[in-house]
Design a protein around this ligand. Structure first.
Ligand code: AP5
Ligand code: MG
Ligand code: ZN
Length: 213
């Protein structure tokens, strides 16, 4: 099962991708999480990515594509995967198609989690993230059991550097400009499905399950 999650920053791609991964036993691959882990460990990749991420800009395609191609070589990807935050540009989508084609495979579903910009701003300001395992929470909509502590791994929860309001606005602009055209790209390929991302998390998840089943 190979799934791409589409949607604006803060639409709930990560939240839903984690659930899909658990339910269907495929790895959840978030390019954003991989970059944040590299920033935390101060690797050369992290140092490069940080320059773009802090401004809400996209990391250059060549960096992202080589990272994701390496990830596909890991043995857990044999069962498929749910991609969260990749692809984000048409060239990235084409690179994915090419990699799939070379293996005689194809993408099964591109699921667009649809949420209007106004709702996004509120979600981002309340979000708290675990930089260890990638889990996300919301101080009102989805709080952790203990304040500032990750339910899944016990790590401290933090506000992401790029969740400041000005940066969020730029991320939304970048999304509409560079990523939203992927909806048409995947509609043309016949694999686009849209879910209403403003519903409760469990409801959104049910809609996704009914598509995937
Ligand atoms: P990335 O980490 O992918 O961030 P993003 O796309 O901006 O999306 P987010 O992770 O912010 O949101 P999400 O959709 O996962 O929502 P979440 O589930 O957390 O990328 C960060 C940066 O890395 C980019 O800006 C770029 O610089 C770089 N990058 C990454 N990939 C790249 C690529 N391929 N190419 C180039 N650059 C790349 O939910 C948000 C909040 O809402 C949470 O608090 C959650 O609890 C809450 N919530 C979720 N669902 C609901 C619901 N149904 N109801 C109420 N609240 C909800
Ligand atoms: Mg995310
Ligand atoms: Zn955690």
């Amino acid at each position: 099962m190979k799934i791409v999650m589409l949607g604006a920053p803060g639409a709930g791609k990560g939240t839903q991708a984690k659930k899909i991964a658990e339910e269907y036993g495929v790895p959840h691959i978030s390019t954003g999480d991989i970059f944040r882990a590299n920033i935390k460990n101060n690797t050369p990749l992290g140092q490069q990515a940080k320059i773009y991420m802090d401004k809400g800009e996209l990391v250059p395609d060549e960096l992202v594509v080589s990272l994701i191609m390496d990830r596909f070589d890991e043995p857990d990807c044999e069962k498929g995967y749910v991609l969260d935050g990749y692809p984000r540009t048409i060239p990235q989508a084409k690179a994915l198609d090419k990699a799939l084609e070379d293996n005689g495979e194809k993408l099964d579903y591109a699921i667009d989690v649809d949420v209007p910009d106004e709702v996004i701003i509120d979600r981002m300001s309340g979000r708290r993230a675990c930089l260890n395992c990638g889990a996300t929470y919301h101080i009102v909509n989805n709080p952790p059991k203990t304040e500032s502590v990750c339910d899944a791994c016990g790590n401290e929860l933090v506000q992401r550097d790029d969740d400041k309001e000005e940066t969020v606005k730029n991320r939304l602009d970048v999304y509409h400009d560079q990523t939203e055209p992927l909806k048409q790209y995947y509609a043309d390929a016949g694999v686009l499905y849209t879910v209403d991302g403003t519903k409760e998390m469990e409801e959104v998840f049910k809609s996704i399950c009914s598509i995937v089943e």
